[in-house]
Each structure stands twice: as structure tokens, then as C-alpha cells.
Design a protein around this ligand. Structure first.
Ligand SMILES: [Zn+2]
Length: 294
């Protein structure tokens, strides 16, 4: 069992957009995996900046280190090596900055994030997620965090892989539609049935202003015992896939939304696309002040 029983656990913020903000090329096909190869120092600095801002857990830059993703750049053979390297960079940053912090191993959808129809068949998903999760476990991450999931067949496969190779040390987070279903239309009651054994269940990569409602629905579907994670974006992708920034780009405003997630039942909060160490620092400040007020 992981040691995060305390009231609210603060995660880190975005890695990909923060690398880009610091001048690292995150163009496809490598996307954020490029930093492991060409800018490991900057990647370490990003992790440290989040820890300095008060994050109690950081997430490895393994969002795009599946064999499938790296193969698109002709680097499939390096999947295990790059996954291990990314975990090592995060663990070193943790050891040097806050040894009590946790390192979560990120597992992303195999294909494009907001495109459930692109998810491979369930057997393929199971095989490929098992490979990445095995590497993360062998690198001693504190928890495997399956995130931004939007397709039910991929959810089933990733959960089965995690139950098999990371029992008792995995969590899962979903990208939900404005209507509160998975992007493939699956309802939360179906999701609730497949997440047994998870250390946490969450919602991420949706606009910060929409997350409170999602957390409330998730809490209703999962009951009172499950830890719920919420980490939103500073904006959202519109129906045409174009990015729309909202007032959540302002760290204090983002922190306002995060307090709403806690009120709705979230135990774990953090930031997804577009958030920065300043966002996490603002959230840290609010959490600490709320604790003092009690
Ligand atoms: Zn995101």
C-alpha cells in the first residue's frame, strides 16, 4: 500500500508543455521523449521545479516511450532503455530535491490522446501496456499511473496489465467528455466496475473549469473509499481539435478551480497540459492555508 493517506496529495504539473516552454523540441513523432535523449538536464530541472513548488509526487516522462510511439521515430528498439532512463532522471531529481516525494510512472494511450477509435484491439493493447508497465515496475516507480485514457477497450487492457505486473501499485485516470463519459461514450458505472485494485482513479487532461463536475460524478460512481485524482488543463481542445486557453492559465485562477475539485471529493490534485511550476506553487499555497484554517 502506498503512503499517501494524508488529506490532499499534490501532483506535479505538465511535462511536455513545460519542456517546450523551456526550449526543448517536442514535435512528433518523438514528442516529449526527445527530452530523454537530447535534453535530460532540462527534464531533470522540470522535475525539480515541480518538487520545489511543493509537489509530493512527480510523474515520469514516459508518456511516449511505448515501443509503438518510439517505432514511429525508428527507435522502437530503445523503448526499455529510454523508459529506464526517464525513470532514472525523475528518481535522481527526487533524491536531490525531496527524498520523501514519490515517483509515478506515466502510461499513456498507445495512439493519439483524444482519439478512442485509434486504440488498437484489446489483445495488442494488453501486450504493449504490459511491456511498458513491466519496465516501469522494474525501474522501481512508486506507482504506475495510467492516464488520459479515453477508450474502454484500452482501459480494460491497461488495467489487466497493471493488475498482473503492478498489483497494489497502480492508478488510472480518464479523459472524459463534457457529458461525463469516456470519449468513446462509455459511462462511469461501467468504468467503476473495472478499476478494482486501483490505488486511485481520476480525471485528467480536460479543462480545469469542467473538472469539478467530473470529480463529483466519479465520487458518486466509486463510493467514498477510493482516492480520486483530478489534474486538469489550462484550456481545452475544441470540437475541431484547436486549443482554447481559459482563465485557468493564471495560476491563482487554476488554484481556485483545484479547490473546487477538492470540495467535490478529490484527494489528489495536480496539473496537466499547459500548467507550470507556478501553477503547482499556487495550489501548494492554497492547500497549506486550507490546512491552517481547519
Ligand atoms: Zn493534458
Amino acid at each position: 500500500m502506498l503512503d499517501f493517506a494524508s488529506e490532499t496529495l499534490l501532483l506535479d504539473g505538465a511535462t511536455g508543455s513545460e519542456l517546450e516552454r523551456r526550449g526543448v523540441d517536442i514535435s512528433l513523432p518523438l514528442w516529449s521523449a526527445n527530452a530523454i535523449i537530447n535534453a535530460p538536464g532540462v527534464l531533470g530541472e522540470v522535475h525539480k521545479a515541480y518538487l520545489d513548488a511543493g509537489a509530493q509526487a512527480i510523474t515520469t516522462n514516459t508518456f511516449r516511450t511505448h515501443h509503438r510511439s518510439l517505432a514511429k521515430a525508428g527507435m522502437g528498439a530503445h523503448a526499455i532503455g529510454l523508459t529506464n532512463a526517464a525513470v532514472d532522471i525523475a528518481q535522481r531529481a527526487r533524491d536531490e530535491t525531496n527524498p520523501r516525494a514519490m515517483v509515478f510512472g506515466s502510461v499513456a494511450p498507445l495512439e493519439d490522446c483524444y482519439s478512442p477509435h485509434l486504440a488498437p484491439d484489446e489483445v495488442t493493447c494488453r501486450e504493449e501496456h504490459t511491456q511498458l508497465i513491466t519496465s516501469l515496475v522494474e525501474s522501481s516507480v512508486d506507482m504506475v499511473l495510467i492516464e488520459t485514457m479515453c477508450s474502454m477497450r484500452e482501459v480494460r487492457a491497461a488495467v489487466a496489465a497493471a493488475q498482473e505486473v503492478a498489483p497494489g501499485r497502480w492508478g488510472i485516470s480518464f479523459c472524459l467528455s463534457p457529458g461525463g463519459t469516456l470519449l468513446d461514450g462509455t459511462g462511469l458505472s461501467v468504468i467503476a466496475d473495472v478499476v478494482s485494485g486501483a490505488q486511485c482513479v481520476g480525471v485528467n487532461c480536460v479543462g480545469a473549469s469542467m473538472l469539478g463536475d467530473h470529480v463529483r460524478s466519479l465520487r458518486a460512481a466509486l463510493g467514498t473509499e477510493m482516492r480520486i485524482a483530478a489534474y486538469g488543463n489550462v484550456g481545452f481542445a475544441d470540437a475541431h481539435g484547436a486549443w482554447v486557453s481559459t482563465d485557468a492559465v493564471e495560476p491563482e485562477r487554476f488554484a481556485d478551480y483545484a479547490m473546487q475539485w477538492i470540495d467535490a471529493g478529490a484527494n489528489i490534485i495536480g496539473g496537466c497540459c499547459g500548467t507550470t511550476p507556478a501553477t503547482i506553487a499556487a495550489m501548494r499555497h492554497r492547500i497549506d492555508n486550507a490546512g491552517n484554517a481547519r
